[in-house]
Design a protein. Structure first.
Lengths: 322, 385
């Protein structure tokens, strides 16, 4: 798959003390919805801003849409919705869209047509001539999304696009994202709302403490952590666990923190049947049996727990323990 | 794409102005001033307002020409010196203090910088849009005044439109300060306050310059008068000594050059005048030093007053300036007493002020602005947002 974003070793250090990015490697393929997640202060927005020339990287190698990162001309093919945006309140949404369309180099006739079309798409057509100052946060977010699409971008970067948006609005935004993907555009999402990312993302990266710790499809990331789980009424003793694991032969057990649970890395229900027999033979009462894949939230929490410094808001200072 | 983006930024700036009440209040007040100009007539009887004769005002065509009255007194004096370069400039500074802080405000700058426009071009275009408030105000006012003065006064002077670049230049000097402080602090209030503070400093420097120049010119005149008096006394006393010698012994006085001591013994005032001359020369040296110092400081600052005065310089023919009557200076009885004609002082001051070159007035002011704009560009290009 052709890479839309392909960067290696991105570093950003503020005032030679605060290490916000510590060598980020990231690859986003064309036509996919890519989610970047991480705790506050992990460096997600910094990375996006580096790609968009809003922040100058201390060190950066790689390309954005085939051009060197930092090349301004390529930004005409990129749409961006920043987090906590503050668009001029004296403009109407139609004026705002036309303004940013012109700033991206969209011809007049096209931007007039596109502005109305996008306002329809984000459900703001009836508010096209109202000043942004009179909008709710969710409405501003919808207009912001439309703004990011004015130049028919090949790559759309959205930083917390559903922030302040009600459930209906979130669903609408998800539909827009899927539509963008269907049109062959690449969507790069920065979000805290893991369940939302899980619903739409083809691939995700987990960023902790200025570094991408994991990257891949959700299946790839959960590989080795998903399998058939047996849940007992009472905690399963260590002796019983060892007996059952020994009986399963080549099927690996998956580590779980739940004392009532036993998980084996297999997607084949037949292979997992002997587990039930072995547990019952040892007097264990089974409550639940089924295939279980860790949620994105579990993956995220696990990644953060493996790098405890990353859970703290704010970037790491140089010299601090990593 | 460059044109499209520039146009978009200017349209956005206009919409921002349009949304501000202050802009429209200024336009309405400017329009009222133009209406006032159109209401003022000037004929053989003097000044009239609408249908009322206000002949108590000391203006008559025999003293003040029609051109001078409309162009210098009304347009340049009231319209430019008072209205545009004080009231409108203050309102414009208030309105535009937020241009740069708003540009770099968090939540705004990210979207703008993510567009295919270089930071240098973005800043310079935004900077130019900041001048739009004054450009529109002075443009509208000049057109209105041109028509009002032309129709009512019969004076059609295209040079009146020089007010547009002159007022714009003056405002741009101040706006560069506002933009720089806005770039550093990211806030409109400090930008406005520090700009006003600098403007006040410039104002005080101008007062110091004018006052010291007046004292210096007075001192120069005094030194000249003393030197002339010394020469006069010396020559008179020498003639007297020679005639006395010729009376005592004919022919002995011709070509006789009396010594200074001899002259001083014959004229009791001369030693006092010579002593006074030394004191006056010392005063002149001191005043020249301080005036040069102020002049040097002014050289690095924007020249707001001199820029403003450029309009009068180019708008009204110097021959149209009414002649100021010279005071009849009575010769004092005491030869050690000197009287300075203030008309002469003013004339010399004006000569010196008007002698200040365009390069000094505009060149150094634009240099000041250029340095600040370069600093802003450097900071804007290096800054992370």
């Amino acid at each position: 798959m052709e890479a839309v974003i392909d960067v290696q070793g991105v570093e950003k250090m503020y005032r030679r003390r605060v290490h916000a990015l510590r060598g980020v490697d990231l690859r986003v393929g064309s036509g996919e919805i890519f989610g970047l997640l991480g705790p506050n202060g992990a460096g997600k927005s910094t990375l996006v801003k580096v790609l968009l020339t809003v922040i100058r990287a201390t060190k950066c190698q790689g390309t954005l849409l085939g051009s060197k990162v930092g090349d301004k001309s390529v930004l005409s093919q990129v749409g961006y919705l920043p987090e906590h945006h503050n668009f001029p309140k004296y403009l109407t949404s139609r004026q705002l869209l036309r303004h940013f369309g012109a700033m991206s180099g969209v011809q007049r006739a096209q931007r007039n047509r596109k502005a109305d079309e996008l306002l329809e798409v984000v459900g703001m057509r009836d508010w096209a001539n109202a000043k942004l100052g009179s909008y709710s946060k969710g409405m501003r977010q919808r207009v912001g999304l439309a703004q990011a699409l004015m130049n028919d971008p090949k790559l759309v970067i959205l930083d917390e696009p559903t922030d302040g948006v009600d459930p209906i609005g979130r669903k609408d935004i998800r539909e827009v994202l899927i539509r963008l993907k269907d049109e062959g555009r690449t969507v790069f999402l920065n979000s805290h709302l893991l369940s939302e990312l899980e619903m739409v993302c083809d691939r995700v990266a987990i960023m902790v403490h200025g570094l991408v710790r994991q990257q891949g499809t959700i299946e790839e990331l959960t590989d080795g952590q998903s399998g058939f789980a047996v849940r007992a009424m009472e905690p399963i003793s260590e002796e019983v666990r060892n007996t059952v694991v020994a009986r399963m032969g080549g099927v690996e057990s998956v580590h779980t923190n739940d004392p009532n649970e036993l998980v084996f890395a297999t997607s084949d229900a037949d292979v997992a049947q002997p587990v039930i027999d072995a547990l019952r033979a040892n007097g264990v009462v089974i409550r639940q049996f089924g295939f279980r894949r860790p949620s994105l939230e579990e993956l995220f929490v696990k990644a953060v727990q493996e790098h405890p410094d990353g859970a703290r808001p704010g970037a790491q200072r140089k010299g601090a323990r990593s | 794409m460059i044109l499209m983006q520039t146009k978009a930024l200017f349209i956005d700036a206009y919409r921002e102005l349009n949304a501000k009440k202050l802009f429209w209040i200024s336009i309405v007040l400017s329009a009222l001033l133009v209406v006032l100009f159109a209401s003022i007539g000037y004929d053989e009887d003097g000044v009239s307002f609408l249908w009322m004769n206000v002949s108590f005002l000391p203006f008559r065509p025999s003293i003040v020409s029609r051109e001078f009255f409309y162009l210098e007194i009304l347009f340049s004096g009231i319209g430019i010196r008072f209205w545009l370069t004080w009231v409108i400039t203050i309102l414009a500074l208030v309105s535009t203090a937020g241009v740069i802080p708003d540009l770099i405000a968090s939540g705004t700058i990210e979207t703008t910088l993510s567009k295919p426009i270089s930071r240098t071009r973005l800043f310079l275009t935004k900077y130019c849009t900041g001048l739009m408030f004054v450009a529109l105000q002075v443009g509208a006012f000049s057109i209105g005044s041109f028509l009002a003065i032309g129709i009512r006064g019969g004076v059609w002077e295209p040079n009146l439109f020089l007010a547009i670049p002159i007022v714009l230049a003056l405002f741009s000097f101040l706006f560069s300060v506002s933009a720089t402080i806005g770039m550093i602090t990211r806030a409109a209030m400090p930008a406005l306050l520090i700009t006003c503070l600098l403007w006040a400093v410039i104002f005080l420097m101008n007062i110091a310059d004018a006052s010291l120049l007046m004292f210096k010119v007075n001192s120069e005149i005094l030194v000249e008068q003393r030197e002339a008096r010394i020469v006069e006394i010396t020559e008179n006393t020498t003639r007297l000594i020679r005639s006395e010698r010729n009376r005592e012994e004919p022919g002995s006085g011709d070509g006789y050059e009396p010594s200074m001591e001899e002259i001083e013994t014959r004229n009791q005032f001369l030693p006092q005048i010579v002593e006074g001359l030394e004191d006056d020369r010392e005063d002149l040296r001191q005043l020249t030093f301080w005036h040069n110092l102020i002049f040097t400081v002014k050289t690095v600052l924007p020249k707001t007053v001199e820029t403003k005065d450029l309009l009068s310089k180019h708008l009204v023919d110097p021959s149209l300036y009414p002649e100021r009557e010279r005071n009849q200076v009575e010769e004092p009885e005491d030869p050690n007493t000197f009287v300075i004609d203030q008309a002469e002082t003013e004339k010399r001051m004006q000569e010196e002020m008007r002698g200040r070159s365009l390069l000094w007035v505009l060149g150094t002011s634009f240099l000041f602005e250029g340095v600040l704009v370069l600093f802003c560009l450097w900071r804007f290009n290096r800054r992370d947002f």
